[in-house]
Design a protein around this ligand. Structure first.
Ligand SMILES: Nc1ncnc2c1ncn2[C@@H]1O[C@H](COP(=O)(O)OP(=O)(O)OP(=O)(O)O)[C@@H](O)[C@H]1O
Ligand SMILES: [Mg+2]
Length: 341
């Protein structure tokens, strides 16, 4: 179909880590959200950058074609290419932006470089109900733990962040210690349902202002396992469910505790969670409880918009269309983010 003259059509590409993804957004509505999840890393304990780049290269053409096809448009209908421009693995980002540059040059389409972390927050605006502004959001992903505030002009300010590891990273590392496959977060979520969350107690770190720290929790978990395994070599197997439930509860309680402190101070009454760890069932319940406690409206993105996806890149590109600097196809992926100084 030829829709170019009357509509704002955005094709988004996301290749920052181990998902090859593309999405089409027309006039603010998502028409396709194609994700190819690389499986090659699950027994390797984490994402191997070289393997990820090669897998993106293998799949990107098909993923982008499927995305256009599902939206029933062709590349000539596209007004802008929104590209996840970092943070992420440089080799993986290069595959996405290199592919987009080819499309941009061949079809004279401008490119919109989109910050991947901001896009996790913009995921809240894909489907109703969307948050009223100002909106405070806890971004808990694989590599980052941030508290953001979005003002009435949809601009983000960074309120707090982890001073070391991210919450997702801590979950993944604890899972690895228990010999669970990567990514460990979803495994811990699943196994926790059968465990006692109060079986093991870990003290929560104290960090100034609205910041977090997760590296001490990870070390406390490691020390517990090492000490107990000396007495009982089957300690992990015999206590797997309780270990998962206890570390998950500690991390979720801690995330909510600091966020609540900020909500009390700011009096913001529209709150949410974003990022891969926002898929966690206990955190989803906890944000709903927090909403009740502080009398706030709470927002949780659909599961498909929590972990990496291109729909959030498309939505961020759409909402920031006028502010984002559209570029000629010769921009370089910056791999960083405005939020990482
Ligand atoms: N159900 C779940 N429970 C807990 N953690 C989860 C769940 N599902 C996914 N995760 C975690 O989410 C993280 C991946 O999220 P995401 O895809 O947003 O991260 P990323 O893109 O790699 O990092 P970033 O966005 O910070 O660059 C992993 O740490 C994974 O373990
Ligand atoms: Mg992410």
């Amino acid at each position: 179909m030829n829709i170019k003259s009357t509509n704002k059509v955005i094709l988004a590409i996301e290749t920052s880590c181990d998902e090859t993804a593309a999405s089409v957004c027309i006039n603010g509505k998502i028409y396709s959200n194609v994700i190819f999840q690389q499986e090659d890393h699950s027994n390797l304990g984490g994402v191997v950058p070289e393997i990820a780049s090669r897998a993106h290269l293998k799949k990107i053409n098909q993923v982008v074609s499927n995305s256009l096809e599902q939206a029933n448009i062709s590349i000539t209908d596209v007004d802008a290419l929104a590209i996840a421009n970092g943070p992420g693995l440089m080799g993986s980002l290069l595959v996405g932006s290199g592919f987009a540059k080819g499309l941009a040059s061949a079809h004279s389409i401008p490119m919109l470089p989109v910050d991947h972390l901001s896009a996790h927050i913009y995921a809240h605006f894909i489907d109703a109900p969307i948050p009223e502004l100002p909106f405070a959001c806890l971004l808990v992903s694989g590599g980052h733990t941030f508290i953001f505030e979005m003002n009435e002009k949809y601009q983000l300010s960074l309120i707090g962040k982890t001073i070391d590891d991210a919450a997702g990273e801590a979950l993944d590392k604890c899972a690895k210690l228990m010999k669970l496959p990567y990514p460990g977060g979803p495994e811990i979520d699943r196994l926790s349902k059968m465990g006692n969350p109060n079986a093991f107690v870990f003290s929560k770190p104290k960090v100034a202002d609205y910041n977090y720290s997760f590296s001490g929790l990870k070390t406390a978990f490691l020390n517990l396992i090492r000490n107990q395994e000396q007495k009982n070599p089957n300690f992990i197997e015999e206590n797997l469910f309780d270990l998962c439930a206890s570390i998950q509860k500690t991390i979720v309680d801690y995330l909510i505790e600091v966020f609540k402190k900020y909500l009390k101070y700011s009096q913001i009454r529209n709150i949410g969670i974003s990022g891969g760890v926002a898929a966690n069932s206990m955190l989803r319940e906890a944000i709903a409880n927090l909403g009740e406690q502080v009398d706030a409206n709470f927002f949780i993105p659909d599961l498909s918009y929590c972990t990496d996806n291109a729909a959030m890149i498309a939505k961020a590109g759409d909402m920031q269309f006028d502010q984002l600097k559209t570029t000629e196809p010769n921009f370089e992926p910056y791999a960083k983010s405005p939020w990482k100084k």
